[in-house]
Design a binder for this molecule. Structure first.
Ligand SMILES: [Zn+2]
Length: 268
């Protein structure tokens, strides 16, 4: 009997020891330590988050302003549609508080660098990623000129005619699926714009530059300039108002003095 009880106690002891192992201290990417039940299984995703982000930035800057202007709704079968970017949901839960502070909008955890928040998303919120086929925006980087966003890759390699023609083909197929020309004038205009903005530059002649139709940046530069000008002119405006008021006051005092001295000089 005593032997049985001893074995039982030993068994319970072993079980609790195992649990203690699972409840190990987990060192997070930002240096803060958190207690976690167990280390999560990392889901392997074969799509670059950085390249997808670069592609998204290009779409936002050089395509979205024109799409909005035409009040056009990009069809969901178009690979440029936000639903076809597997990282979109995670990216939308990023909160950029300061230069050195990034926060996860889901669990409010803070990180010093965006890269660590990316790792956090990979480790903790990979359930938000649906990596089914055709949802990797980075795959469109060739067509969208993502290398122009990356300073290290800018005009580094010699022009490869084969790659250029592949990119051009991908670019034109995007134009066809996203802006079908048989669906009205605004769609045709966007189709044309897409070709000029992204596809024309896929040539080794070097004559055509991408984003020839411009983007959102110009308007934002104009907006920033306007803000700076307003901030600079505001004190000048207040100074003028202040000086004007002071002049008015001294004018009234002078008038009072004149009228007083007038009263005094009157013979009684
Ligand atoms: Zn989180």
């Amino acid at each position: 009997m005593a032997m049985r009880i001893a074995i039982l106690i030993l068994f319970i002891l072993c079980l609790s020891l195992d649990r203690g192992h699972a409840l190990q201290e987990f060192e997070a990417a930002d240096g803060t330590s958190t207690l976690k039940q167990d280390v999560p299984q990392k889901h392997e995703v074969h799509c670059s988050r950085e390249r997808s982000r670069a592609a998204w930035k290009i779409i936002e800057e050089y395509l979205t302003p024109f799409v909005e202007e035409e009040q056009y709704e990009i069809p969901s079968k178009c690979r440029l549609h936000p639903d076809n970017d597997m990282f979109r949901e995670q990216e939308e839960h990023k909160i950029h508080i300061d230069t050195n502070e990034w926060r996860c909008g889901l669990c409010k955890k803070s990180f010093r660098v965006e890269k660590f928040l990316d790792q956090h998303f990979d480790n903790r919120h990979s359930n938000l990623i649906d990596d089914s086929q055709g949802r990797c925006l980075a795959d469109l980087c060739g067509a969208l000129h993502c290398d122009l966003m990356d300073d290290t890759k800018k005009s580094k390699n010699k022009c490869n005619p084969g790659a250029m023609s592949r990119n051009r083909h991908l670019c034109e197929s995007l134009a066809d699926s996203c802006f079908p020309t048989n669906q009205g004038r605004s769609t045709s205009r966007l189709h044309e714009l897409f070709l000029r903005q992204f596809c024309d530059a896929h040539t080794c002649n070097g004559g055509k530059k991408p984003f020839s139709r411009g983007g959102r940046k110009q308007s934002s530069v104009f907006y920033v300039a306007l803000c700076i000008l307003t901030v600079l002119l505001l004190p000048v405006f207040y100074l003028i108002v202040y000086l004007h008021q002071r002049e008015m006051k001294t004018g009234i005092q002078d008038l009072k003095r004149i009228s007083k001295s007038g009263h005094k000089s009157k013979p009684s």
